[in-house]
Design a protein around this ligand. Structure first.
Ligand SMILES: [Zn+2]
Ligand SMILES: [Zn+2]
Length: 348
C-alpha cells in the first residue's frame, strides 16, 4: 500500500508499505480521509516529537475493512472514525475517563502508524475501549475526519463552560479558531468576537457567523470586546495561535471569573511576562486544553453533520502520492485544513 511517511523534521516522503493484517482483537480500516493537524506541522518543524518512519495522521475516517479474531460490536463495512489515543487503562486519569491525560498514552500518527495510508491497523486497546466510533450515514468521510479536531474544540468549550448565550473572544482565525467559532455558534454561544490579522481569514470568520471580526493590527481588540459585552469582557477567551506574546493581551479580554484557554501549542520553552493581578483580582481561570475524552468524541460525532460550514473547513485535498504537499500548503498558510483522501472508499 502507498503511504506518506515522516522520516525526520522537514522530511516527509511517499513510500510502499506492507498492508497490515489485523491480529486478535485488532481491526483494519480502509482509510477514506485523514486531515493534517497543526501538531503534525509542529512535528515537521521539529517542535514536537514523532517516531522516525511513522505514518502520520491522527484525524482519521474510513470504513472497517477486516476484523481480527474476537472483535465484537463492529462489522466490516462500518463507517467509522478513530479516537487515536492509546491509554494504559489503569492510571488515575484513565480511571476517570480522561484517557487523553494518561501519562503512558501513545498516539496514532506519532508513536504508531496513522492514517496517511490506504489502510490503518487499529490496535487492540483502541478497539476494546470504544475508540472506534461508528458515524451517521449523513456524515461524509472527509468531514468525519475532522471529528478529532472538533472533539478537541468541544473539550475546550466544555472546559471554559461555554453554553448557549456565553460570550466568546477567539484570538486567531486559523482552522482551530474557526472551528471554535462554528462549534460555539452551534452551541448557541454569543456574541462571538474574532481577532485575526489576515484579511482572508477575517472574511471567512465574518461569513461563518462571527458577531464582530477585528484586525488586531489596526483596531483595539479589548475595546471591541468590552463594547460588545457591556463592559464585562468575554465569558471565554480562546487563544488558538501558538504565539506567547498573544497571552497577556488575551487576559485583558476576559470578564471577571471568566476563562482563558491556551488552546494552541506553543514552541518549546516559550515564556512571556504577564500581570498576575489580572488573574488574581479578576479571579480568572487560566487554563490549557489538549485532546478530548472518548465521550467528547462521541458527542462530536453526534453533532458534526449539523455544524454549518463544517464542509468548508478543508480547503486543500491531496491523494496519498501528494501527501507531502498537505504539509507545504499548511506551512505556506495556504487555505485552512489540508486533507489526504482516498476517493471511492465511501461508495465501496
Ligand atoms: Zn489533530
Ligand atoms: Zn492511563
Amino acid at each position: 500500500m502507498r503511504a506518506t511517511v515522516f522520516n525526520a523534521p522537514g522530511n516527509v516522503t511517499v513510500e510502499d508499505r506492507t498492508q497490515p493484517t489485523p491480529g486478535p482483537g485488532e481491526l483494519r480500516i480502509r482509510v477514506g480521509a485523514a486531515s493534517l493537524c497543526a501538531s503534525d506541522v509542529r512535528v515537521y518543524r521539529g517542535e514536537k516529537h514523532a517516531l522516525a518512519g511513522v505514518i502520520p495522521g491522527h484525524e482519521i475516517a474510513g470504513v472497517v475493512d477486516r476484523l481480527g479474531e474476537g472483535v465484537t460490536g463492529l462489522a466490516e463495512g462500518d463507517r467509522v472514525i478513530v479516537c487515536p489515543i492509546l491509554a494504559c487503562e489503569q492510571c488515575r486519569f484513565c480511571l476517570v475517563g480522561r484517557r487523553n491525560r494518561c501519562l503512558q498514552r501513545r498516539t496514532l500518527g506519532y508513536d504508531l502508524d496513522g492514517g496517511f495510508a490506504e489502510y490503518l491497523l487499529v490496535p487492540e486497546v483502541l478497539v476494546r475501549t470504544g475508540h472506534v466510533l461508528r458515524i451517521p450515514d449523513r456524515l461524509p468521510l472527509d468531514v468525519a475526519a475532522l471529528s478529532e479536531p472538533a472533539a478537541c474544540v468541544l473539550a475546550s468549550l466544555d472546559l471554559c463552560g461555554v453554553v448557549a448565550g456565553s460570550s466568546m473572544a477567539i484570538v486567531g482565525a486559523g482552522p482551530m479558531g474557526l472551528l471554535h467559532l462554528l462549534l460555539g455558534r452551534t452551541a448557541g454561544a454569543g456574541p462571538i468576537i474574532v481577532s485575526e490579522p489576515n484579511p482572508a481569514r477575517r472574511a471567512i470568520a465574518q461569513r461563518w457567523g462571527a458577531d464582530l471580526v477585528v484586525d488586531p493590527a489596526t483596531e483595539d481588540v479589548t475595546k471591541a470586546v468590552m463594547g460588545l459585552t457591556d463592559g464585562y469582557g468575554a465569558d471565554a477567551v480562546i487563544v488558538s495561535v501558538g504565539v506567547a506574546e498573544l497571552v497577556p493581551p488575551a487576559l485583558e479580554l476576559v470578564r471577571k471569573q471568566g476563562a482563558v484557554n491556551l488552546f494552541a501549542g506553543f514552541p518549546p520553552r516559550s515564556s512571556i511576562p504577564f500581570d498576575p493581578n489580572l488573574v488574581h483580582y479578576g479571579e480568572v481561570i487560566l487554563t490549557g486544553s489538549q485532546n478530548a475524552t472518548t465521550d467528547q468524541y462521541r458527542r462530536t460525532v453526534a453533532m458534526l453533520a449539523a455544524v454549518p460550514h463544517i464542509d468548508e473547513v478543508v480547503t486543500n485535498r491531496y491523494d496519498v502520492e501528494h501527501g507531502p504537499e498537505a504539509y507545504s500548503s499548511r506551512l505556506a498558510m495556504d487555505g485552512l485544513k489540508s486533507l489526504v483522501q482516498f476517493p471511492g472508499v465511501d461508495s465501496a
